[in-house]
Design a protein. Structure first.
Length: 234
């Protein structure tokens, strides 16, 4: 089902697919690469996350290039609720919590990052008891897309590390998510994945702009994890 642009015209396609998955309890692998599922709101991703959590035979999920973290266009601050509009502040917009990525300009226009879709997936991970492989490449998980647009935040990577605890996921793909923009985030991620509570043995960090110092430090922090650093291949 890769490259079908299911989410390009709204969440309905992904929601319908989630309903179909509910009847496919023996399905072991799902490849939804490049379907833009989070492009027009998180509803499709939320439905799929719930479906995945109820598929007892599911061992592999590929959600690369699906806009699982998205940034709003310019929004007038009067439509946003929050105690602060500074970059990094948590606010409410359209009934969802978002993170300010651009503070209001002189006209009151601001931008926000929406983590609703990826949070739904992360929250469902502990219930995906058979899952061993997860590919989340090219989803702007740190709030910055492949072109460098957006505002960096490690929040999603931190949550991913926490939610992996106790799962059977051994292979994790995170290429092209701009994780290397912050060396501390690389160290934190790899350090978490080497804890005994996680099952990760293979981590793909290619295309994240990690420098040599980050690579060396990460290799030392997690000797039990095979980390791939260079060009993107999954």
């Amino acid at each position: 089902l890769a490259k079908n642009q299911l989410g390009s015209h709204g969440p309905e396609g992904a929601i319908a697919l989630a309903e179909a998955f509910a009847k496919m309890l023996s399905l072991s692998s799902v490849n939804l690469d490049s379907n833009y599922i989070g492009c027009d709101g998180p509803e499709g991703a939320i439905a799929l996350a719930e479906a995945f959590a109820n598929m007892p035979s599911l061992t592999s999920i590929d959600l690369a290039s699906n806009n699982m973290v998205s940034e709003t266009g310019h929004v007038w601050m009067g439509e946003v609720q929050g105690e602060s509009y500074d970059v990094g502040a948590k606010v409410m917009y359209n009934g969802r919590q978002m993170t300010v990525s651009q503070a209001p300009d002189s006209g009151g226009d601001m931008r926000m990052l929406d983590f609703t879709a990826i949070d739904a997936l992360f929250d469902a991970l502990p219930r995906m008891t058979a899952l061993k492989e997860l590919n989340l490449s090219d989803n702007a998980l740190c709030g910055v897309d492949r072109q460098g647009n957006g505002t960096f935040t490690p929040a999603a990577i931190e949550k991913l590390g926490q939610m992996l605890s106790g799962t059977k996921i051994s292979k994790l793909g995170l290429t092209s998510n701009n994780i290397g923009q912050d060396v501390c985030t690389v160290h934190m991620l790899v350090g978490i994945l080497d804890l005994p509570e996680t099952s990760i043995t293979s981590l793909d960090l290619r295309g994240n702009g990690c420098d040599q110092a980050a690579k060396q430090a990460a290799d030392q922090a997690a000797p039990g994890v095979t980390v791939r650093w260079d060009s993107r291949e999954w």
